[in-house]
Write a protein that binds this ligand. Structure first.
Ligand SMILES: C[S@@+](CC[C@H](N)C(=O)[O-])C[C@H]1O[C@@H](n2cnc3c(N)ncnc32)[C@H](O)[C@@H]1O
Length: 615
């Protein structure tokens, strides 16, 4: 067996964890999209298994499972992940029913396919039936004959067999190529990369989904012109760029030119060591994008001596797959937001590798807030895209929940989801523009006490009229009682509640315009003295005609007498209290527009005396 297979390394294992976690997502994504046949190409396969490593083992189930997988070499990892994927898919009897409809104008959805009486389409349905066999072509290239023999033995169990899972059939077809990658490349290109399949759901020819793992021992076997064939629609590639190695052989300019597909790398050679390696990776990513990849991502691998050895570079045209590769990178990242694995650090700090995702969602929340503050009506899926494409983080809705609880994010009124803390992809949300604004919103959205909630509600609804209590969804109705007593909330006239402080969900309420107005209303709604109440009544009702006392519901009727005494109030004609003495609370009266226009001056004094008898 090749020497390196006998002795595994930490970074080698980290590399294979990345491959495993990426493939674990990649296979199901394409089969779930309706493809029935995919390619996995391993350009530098090796033997398929590794010996024991010195790695410490974490004792949680995920760590144990991943450790098992990464004792496998890349071909066995691919077969293992594929088998798991097949087993899962064939268990899901209805998995095709969940396929998304085709883009408009591009074909026909499965629903239409099933419903149409058209013969040709029915034939298509038969051909691509609901439970077609799922197939994978596994192309394994290895130039060494003895290594290839090991590889055949190690993968024989899968070779060219059809497997029956429940009532679904899956097919593995392993293509062994005992030659160099350069020699095999032409064949691979013709037979696998250029193949177009008709998408089973949408009537359109598309390249068969292909994942290429390009993991050479050096730099001269993977020229960019060759790598380019693994880039483009439905293609993803994980490439090992051996920066440290080719940097040592800078004089071999011709081969390094081919590796990059340009000469620009030559001007990087003057930079400082690690800076130089970073620049190589950036340039390589740029070239991959020029050659057909839409998205690229780099992961730095350091050895036990803290030397940056190589970069794993992922290239794809698919956002969903990119985010899965990021998740995989994150599993192997030890800390921070830098995609880096450092065997030296692990040894020095006696760290146990857990292969768990260590992203701190608070950091992500902070980044989202920094990038979106002050923006309104931002779609959740656009935030996801930004995080996935422009930051080293993985998008997690948990970060939006944190921002919501801090008041930094809020739902657009009338468009809030049924459940608090829910952030469906198409939902639009607002970002507060400052920490102060957020602090106030926080009191509304995640209040600790009814007082805090009252503050938040006031901040949001001040000046607004006719707001349904059910739309405010207060955690504590007590918050509305507080606002009512402060005069900030009032019942809409005519919709007054029988019971003061009652706030049923379908009740509509008004919010005061200003703090001053609220103070006046407070005197009406929560007066401490008759004088205060009189002031409040005057504030609210001045200039109004034919008001029923029972609508005002004064706490003390003497408040009305105060107004009467001050000639701010007079009785409506025909409603003088003499007649209403026996109808307590049912008297009609009017308040003067203001003191100047008051008609009260004309009342006979005995009237006032009588008034006091019914209050
Ligand atoms: C780094 S190892 C691959 C490890 C493997 N991808 C894994 O993760 O288990 C490189 C392998 O490629 C083989 N190899 C070297 N040069 C090659 C070439 N030009 N074409 C194909 N295979 C080659 C070596 O014999 C070796 O087995």
């Amino acid at each position: 067996m090749a020497a390196f297979c006998n002795k595994d390394t930490e970074h080698g294992r980290a590399k294979r964890v990345i491959l495993h976690k990426t493939l674990q997502a990649w296979f199901p994504i394409y089969f779930n999209r309706g493809f029935r046949r995919v390619n996995y190409i391993d350009g530098f396969s090796a033997a398929g298994v590794y010996g024991e490593t010195e790695l410490a083992r974490g004792d949680n189930p995920i760590t144990r499972r991943v450790n098992e997988v990464c004792e496998m070499g890349s071909p066995l990892i691919a077969l293992h992940d594929l088998t798991k994927c097949f087993a899962k898919l064939t268990e899901q009897l209805e998995y095709q029913a969940t396929l998304p409809p085709g883009p408009e104008g591009e074909g026909i959805s499965i629903q239409e396919l099933l419903e149409t009486p058209d013969k040709a389409l029915n034939e298509r349905q038969l051909k691509y039936g609901l439970r077609p066999p799922l197939m994978a072509d596994i192309v394994l290239v290895e130039k060494e004959a003895d290594v290839m023999q090991y590889l055949r033995n190690n993968t024989g169990a899968w070779n060219s067999r059809d497997y029956q899972y429940d009532d679904g059939i899956v097919k593995y077809k392993i293509h062994y190529k005992q030659k160099t990658f350069q020699e095999a490349h032409q064949e691979i290109n013709e037979n696998f990369l250029r193949v177009k399949d008709q998408h089973p759901i949408w009537v359109r020819d598309v390249p068969r989904p292909t994942f290429a793992f390009i993991d050479p021992c050096g730099y001269s076997h993977t020229p960019m012109d060759m790598v380019q064939n693994f880039l483009g629609e439905n293609k993803s590639a994980l490439i090992n760029l051996m920066v440290q190695y080719f940097d040592r052989f800078k004089a071999d300019q011709g081969n390094i030119d081919s590796l990059f597909g340009c000469q620009e790398w030559r001007r990087i050679t003057a930079e400082d060591c690690e800076e130089r390696y970073i620049s190589y990776a950036k340039l390589y990513e740029e070239k991959l994008r020029e050659r057909g990849a839409t998205y690229t991502l780099s992961f730095a691998m350091k050895d036990k001596s803290n030397n940056l050895m190589y970069y794993l570079i992922f290239a794809t045209n698919d956002k969903e797959i990119l985010s899965k590769a990021k998740e995989a990178f994150n599993r192997v990242t030890q800390e921070g937001d830098d995609f880096k694995f450092n065997a030296f650090y692990i040894k020095k700090n006696k760290r146990t590798l857990t292969w768990l995702n260590i992203q701190n969602n608070e950091d992500l929340a902070f980044v989202i807030w920094e990038d979106f503050r002050g923006r309104e009506a931002v779609r959740v899926c656009d935030i996801n895209d930004h995080v996935t494409l422009d930051t080293p983080y993985i998008f997690r809705k948990a970060a939006l929940v944190m921002l919501y609880d801090q008041g930094m994010v809020s739902y657009i009124e009338g468009a809030a989801p049924a459940k608090k803390h829910d952030f469906p992809n198409e939902l639009q949300i607002n970002f507060a523009s400052s920490e102060e604004e957020a602090a106030k919103l926080r009191k509304l959205q995640n209040p600790g006490t009814p007082e805090e909630e009252a503050e938040g509600i006031w901040f949001k609804y001040q000046r607004r009229k006719g707001i349904r209590v059910g739309d405010i969804k207060p955690r504590w109705k007590e918050a509305l009682v507080i606002l009512y007593d402060q005069g900030k909330v009032s019942y809409i006239e005519g919709a007054q509640q029988d019971r003061r402080h009652s706030f049923p969900d379908d009740l509509e309420i008004d919010f005061a315009l200003t703090e001053d107005q609220a103070t006046e209303l407070k005197h009406l709604q929560n007066p401490e003295t008759e004088e205060q109440e009189a002031e409040g009544i005057w504030f609210k009702y001045q200039g109004r005609q034919a008001i029923m006392v029972r609508d005002i519901k004064p706490k003390w009727k003497t408040s009305l007498k105060i107004l009467l005494d001050k000639r701010q109030l007079h009785y409506d004609e025909g409603h003088e209290p003499r007649r209403l003495v026996n109808h307590r609370g049912k008297c009609l009266f009017s308040l003067a527009h203001d003191l100047h226009h008051s008609a009260i001056a004309f009342y006979p004094t005995e009237f006032l005396g009588m008034f006091s008898t019914w209050v």
